[in-house]
Design a protein around this ligand. Sequence first.
Ligand SMILES: [Zn+2]
Length: 164
Amino acid sequence: MERLWAPWRMEYIKAPKKMGECIFCTKPRDKDDEKNLILMRGKLAFVIMNLYPYNPGHLMVAPYRHVGEFEKMREGELLEVLRYVRRSMNVLKEVMNPHGFNIGVNQGKIAGAGIVDHVHIHVVPRWSGDTNFMPVIFDTKVVVEEINRTYAKLRDQLTSKIKK
Ligand SMILES: [Zn+2]
């Protein structure tokens, strides 16, 4: 993951962070899913796009409950979270045609977690040569347009009735 070159991650580092704010709690509480890049909502878990992606189509799946550790998730949460990971992978394959995926949890600051106290699984589609490709879309404006376009496509597929 570290080899991926994602310059807009700098924006994330520079963005002022409100004290005690957890985006995995505040964003689902808000009703504007499009603004918050929430792709899909379930009973216990939801799918959200990463605003500071490692790659286009970088998603995160999290339980609604503010729980910091993967192993503290309840059975129902675990099942729904993993089902959404699977569904996200199927949809990403359909929409973006990746060559592979990185799926993972960064738990604890030492492991590189940006948000340490609300567990979330990263789903990152990978393409051969993507580490070389990323500098081409260095422009933040282009990245935001790209995210919005991808959001619409992924949301349509994720929320479609067809079983994935
Ligand atoms: Zn939270």
